[in-house]
Design a protein around this ligand. Structure first.
Ligand code: GLY
Length: 394
């Protein structure tokens, strides 16, 4: 078909779109672009990886609401609302269930300070028109009997669900392949720029893959790609999260819904899957590119999770991993035109890559096809950092 590709390179075999990055955001963008009739390729040495491979998969629009991040809420809610249909469509297109589980979330408080923080979250949720019910400690334990007797109260958020990010990635890979997306399992070193326009991608071995439009969707590595003027590099940084996986008896699961808490000011969450996996996360560390699992990280997660659900120490510990979230200065993603003709951004989703996948695929396909971002994504254009970007260019 050819999307909005004015002045596209003259290479006859060049795809309409090339996506740099085969994580959840790159794959969903490629899939939706291919569905719109654009010939599409993805460049990634290991597509189906990235931060989502480690993530717990909470769809936490209301429970991860932070003061000052209200502009993100509309986008997050729009994406959460798309999840049931998205999961169904992907189960068909990707040939596998993605583990979407509409189970709700309970946020518990263990002491008076944690309870005060939860009261603040509840007030913010109410100001934003979100449904959340305040429960006493006994009501929390009635819903989740394995909670510690010390739980003092909590917030029941029926609208915050979960999905299995590894199943999601696998289904997106298959859906992309079935839609004709071509995979280059190589590292993109540069965005090729010619006469003031992005014209393709340069590989580490020096070869160039021409394309009509280039989408930079390389997560926290999006700011590292060569070829672009420094002022156009997206301001993303790695934010490390260590995550543990335990195994429950699926016939007698330890928890029936996502449970999270603030423990001595730190966040911990436990995400129980229908197949018996229990994911505990996550640390939040400004540690550069380090992905080591540390004794301190594992200790902190197990200590806090154990305080909340003492019985979990009986469960087998099956995995400890660390991932790198793509953080941005305002914790919101960068979507749409990237400041150079032919260049688009889909990056910087920080804590919300899995949650924002459905809406990101949709708005990026629209931007690729028409050159315009839909209204709900416009607050997240790259130009909001244009002051800093222009400064960097001078
Ligand atoms: N959204 C969960 C996390 O980033 O840890």
């Amino acid at each position: 078909m050819g999307g909005a590709t004015p002045d596209a390179p003259d290479a006859p075999d060049a795809p309409d779109v090339i996506v740099v990055g085969g994580g959840v955001i790159g794959l969903v963008t490629a899939w939706r672009a291919a569905q719109r009739g654009m010939s599409t390729a993805v460049v990634d040495p290991r597509p189906g990886g990235g931060a989502a491979e480690v993530a717990a998969g909470m769809l936490a629009a209301a429970t991860e609401l932070h003061p000052g991040e209200e502009p993100l809420l509309d986008l997050a809610l729009a994406s959460a609302a798309r999840y049931p249909a998205f999961a169904e469509e992907l189960a068909q297109a990707g040939g596998a269930d993605i583990g979407y589980r509409p189970c709700g979330t309970l946020v518990a408080a263990l002491d008076a300070d944690d309870r005060a923080l939860l009261r603040e979250l509840h007030a913010l949720q109410r100001r934003c028109g979100l449904a959340a019910e305040w429960l006493g400690g006994r009501e929390c334990r009635r819903l989740e009997p394995m909670l510690a007797p010390g739980v003092r109260g909590g917030l029941l958020v029926d609208g915050d669900h979960q999905v299995d990010p590894r199943r999601l990635l696998a289904a997106l890979l298959t859906a992309c392949e079935r839609a004709g997306v071509v995979f280059h399992r190589e590292r993109a070193a540069t965005v090729a720029v010619s006469r003031g326009r992005a014209t393709g991608v340069g590989l580490a071995d020096g070869r160039e893959l021409p394309a009509g439009q280039v989408v930079l969707a390389a997560g926290c590595r999006s700011g590292e790609v060569g070829g672009l003027p420094p002022g156009l590099l997206p301001p993303v940084r790695p934010v490390k999260g260590q995550v543990l996986r335990l195994r429950m008896d699926p016939a007698a699961p330890t928890l029936s819904r996502t449970v999270r808490a603030v423990v001595r000011g730190g966040q911990v969450y436990l995400v129980p899957r229908a197949d018996g996996e229990l994911v505990i996360g996550a640390t939040s560390e400004e540690a550069g590119w380090d992905t080591a699992v540390t004794a301190g990280g594992v200790y902190q997660l197990l200590r806090d999770a154990h305080e909340l659900v003492p019985g979990l120490t009986e469960l087998p510990l099956t995995e400890c991993r660390a991932g790198l979230r793509p953080g941005t200065p305002d914790n919101a993603p960068l979507l749409g035109p990237g400041g150079l003709p032919g260049l688009l951004l889909a990056t910087g989703h920080y804590r919300n890559g899995v949650l924002l996948a459905p809406v990101t695929g949709e708005v990026m396909a629209e931007a690729l096809a028409t050159g315009e971002l839909p209204a709900l994504a416009r607050p997240f254009g790259a130009e909001r950092f244009s002051g800093a970007r222009a400064e960097a260019l001078t």
